[in-house]
Design a protein around this ligand. Sequence first.
Ligand code: URP
Ligand code: ZN
Ligand code: ZN
Length: 466
Amino acid sequence: MLDLIIKNGTVVTPWSSFKADIAVKDSVIEAVGAASLFGRAKREIDAEGMYVLPGIIDPHTHFESPFMGCKGALDFYSGSIAGAFGGVTTFIDFTNSRAGHSVMASIRERREEMSKSCIDYGVHAKFVEAERPVLDEIKSIVEYGCPSFKMFMTYKKEGVMIDDEGMLSVMAEAKKWGGLPGVHAENNAIAESNVEKFIEEGRLEWEYFAKSKPNLCEMEAVQRVVLYARYTGCPLYIFHLSTAEGLSVIKQAQSEGVKVFTETCPHYLTLTREKYKQKDGHLYVMSPPLRGEQDLEAMWRGLGDGSISIIGSDDCTYSIEEKEMFLERDAEGNVKQDFTKIANGVQGIEARLMLLLEEGVNKGRITLNKLCEITSYNPAKTFGLYPQKGIIQKGSDADLVIIDPDKVREISHETLHHKVNYSIYDGRSVKGWPVVTIHRGRVIVENGEFLGSRGDGRFMKRKIRL
Ligand code: URP
Ligand code: ZN
Ligand code: ZN
């Protein structure tokens, strides 16, 4: 007896969309074809008129990750629920590494914290320095199943920036053992000297946040790290790409055979730096900052031509109280604008799919197949989860999202599951909404209700083959 049959839906892969039924047994896909040939199941879901996609893989979240003096609104349980409502069935978060501390130990700590997740998860190892003890751990970190890394090229003051020597050493070591280093690419000298300058000049309004990190700040860092990738022969991942300039450096390197992969995020595809002119501009502060319209369109074109291959939400949700916690107030109680005192990060894990459907598919910027590729197939391939994840085929995990393409809804913090009383996407009307999420064959979201269980997610031991 099968556990589940999803009938009459349109199955979406990166290459095609076709009418088929899906049989599920013991948490994996047993068959894709005609239900008349499947035998009986304990439950059937009629997906007539719906799209069925592989569950979304979000390779970039920050839950339970204290940063810039703030704790963040989501833990691994609430964050995983928000993800499930957005069709996410696997996410990858980061270690909270500290200088002088074992990265392997940070991975174990993180696994413990993540064990409350209701969906599957992996860990990127963060390197904030590259002294011998930490470098010597890289082989065992890769073998343990955490072969992807993150290094910050900025945030020196916050104590998480790695220097160039360290970055180069991590890349050389990763190359030996099959690791995929990734970077937060912003030139620290430009970013920090601009902050000093704007403080001196008393220009602290929100819009100076974006001005402190102009496009060239990202471009230079991308250029430098791409050169290190070329020099070491190590593959490279650029997190949260935001500029047309950074993208042209990546395209050039890709055309010359450098293995550089990049993601962009929902906010760089849907919002521009005009937001920093608003009174509530601080709610849109993330790094890299929001850019101009031409960057936004360049990100879409990059997805279309394949130079940008992945969407990561970079979910790092803060409540308004946390965003405002270091700001002074005037006599009327209004916050005084000071861009230097705001925790960097925004929400995204839940709304990402709806935004991509509306702004991408409905507006003709990407196809539904491309959406499947950048949200599930490519993350699975790049981060070593394929073919267990990222595709609807016999033997793969039954991680699925059913989308009603005709459902029109307004995005609102009142109906999202972020646990904060605002959304940077509030008021946007979207057509296309995930109505059922299935994780390892179990329905975890249906009829707007969460049906999953705390702790049902599993650690994904990954092996990267690039
Ligand atoms: O502003 C951001 N992106 N916050 C999260 C940390 C990071 O750099 O990804
Ligand atoms: Zn980053
Ligand atoms: Zn991030």
